[in-house]
Ligand binder design. Structure first.
Ligand code: NAP
Ligand code: ZN
Ligand code: ZN
Length: 349
């Protein structure tokens, strides 16, 4: 199938229109018309080459929602017209213990990311959601309830699951005290989801400038990491902290905020951190951990959780040709919400 997307052709070039082919349907494939695509900071890291060399041309995007266009002969769970989604993975071995345990993101043979990796069968490079169509095997397609407004759901597919998964894994419940470091795409979903789980949530931001947004999302308020006195006054105040900061940083600033047995979970920076001090960990049995997106079953769970609790990401709609400006804004870190591309702004003709 011929399609059109926006691709980066090198680490320092803008994204530009790119015509390419989606594979012909295999028996278990679903072809999707992409209607909206979220803009994750990981897209920016990847096209910039922050995580190593990339197989350019590269079409990013892993917060994908749309409608089923056609299905392969063996597809059981989807039909033409269904509201569906694709997140950060499009395949895994489906045979190892992690895949059987519904944690395909930890597949022993490596999951296949939505863009920038070889397809397990053909070897052709996967291309993501900044495009009009995608073809994905049924097991990696998610269902969006018909009751949901599709235009506001895309960021659940990465920002949602990436924060939901650790909130669940670390047992957040009524009364849990949760801190969220960095109020951006991931951070704002972490606040909404933790609040819906009954937690008392505080945003830990570089300054108080996003206080209004934090409160509107349901947080108690903002703790400014630049204010040493305020940080000291909040020692031992949290059971769990989700850290979404997208660059190398000093987590020792945050570990003293954890109560005894508390955990700081890194979901933001994938790479080096400043040297980790053990004293705050050893003395109060605190942990520093990491978490990667979530499995397909749990991704469906967070979509259904959002439907049930009427949770939508805060989406700022942009046109496809606004993507390079959106990347510049994202790099500045001043957004407290998500950009979402309206794919109807990209014409195939
Ligand atoms: P984002 O929208 O840019 O938000 C990041 C937030 O971090 C900013 O809004 C800002 O919040 C804070 N921040 C930015 N620059 C900073 C700096 N230099 N020092 C301290 N804080 C800074 O990004 P995102 O889409 O939420 O993604 C966040 C990170 O998560 C990215 O690195 C992305 O690659 C990663 N990610 C990981 C996973 C996973 O599975 N683990 C999944 C998706 C994304 P304040 O203004 O409030 O300080
Ligand atoms: Zn992402
Ligand atoms: Zn596997």
């Amino acid at each position: 199938m011929k399609t059109l997307g926006y691709a980066a052709h090198s680490a320092d070039s803008d994204l530009v229109p790119y015509h390419f082919e989606r594979r012909e349907l295999r028996p278990n494939d679903v072809a999707i018309e992409i209607l909206y695509s979220g803009v994750c900071h990981s897209d920016l890291h990847t096209v910039n080459g922050d995580w190593g060399d990339q197989p350019y041309p590269l079409v990013p995007g892993h917060e994908i929602v749309g409608k089923v266009l056609s299905v392969g002969s063996d597809v059981k769970n989807y039909k033409v017209g269904d509201q569906v989604a694709v997140g950060c993975m499009v395949d895994s071995c489906q045979k190892c213990d992690q895949c059987h345990n519904h944690e395909e993101q930890f597949c022993r043979h490596g999951m296949t990311p939505t863009y920038g990796a070889p397809d397990r069968q053909s070897g052709e490079i996967t291309q993501g959601g900044y495009s009009k169509h995608i073809v994905v095997r049924e097991e990696f397609v998610l269902s969006i309830p018909e009751s949901m407004d599709l235009s506001r759901t895309a960021p659940i597919l990465c920002a949602g699951i990436t924060t939901y998964s650790p909130l669940r894994h670390w047992g957040v419940k009524e009364g849990s005290r949760v801190g969220v470091v960095g109020l951006g795409g991931l951070g704002h979903m972490a606040v909404k989801l933790a609040v819906a789980m009954g937690a008392e949530v505080t945003v830990i931001s570089r300054s108080k400038s996003k206080e209004e947004e934090a409160k509107a999302l349901g947080a108690k308020g903002i703790l400014a990491s630049s204010d040493a006195d305020e940080m000291q006054a909040n020692g031992a105040a949290f059971d769990l902290i989700i850290d979404t900061v997208p660059v190398k940083h000093d987590v020792n600033v945050y570990t003293p905020l954890l109560d005894v047995n508390g955990s700081l979970v890194i979901v933001g920076q994938v790479g080096p951190l400043e040297e980790l001090m053990s004293v705050p960990l050893v003395f109060n049995r605190r942990s520093v951990a990491g978490s990667l997106i979530g499995g397909i079953k749990e991704t469906q769970e967070v979509i259904d959780f959002c439907a049930k609790h009427d949770i939508y990401p805060e989406c700022e709609m942009i046109k496809m040709d606004g993507i390079n400006g959106a990347f510049e804004r994202l790099a500045q870190g001043d957004l407290a919400h998500r950009f979402v591309i309206d794919m109807s702004s990209l014409s195939v003709d």
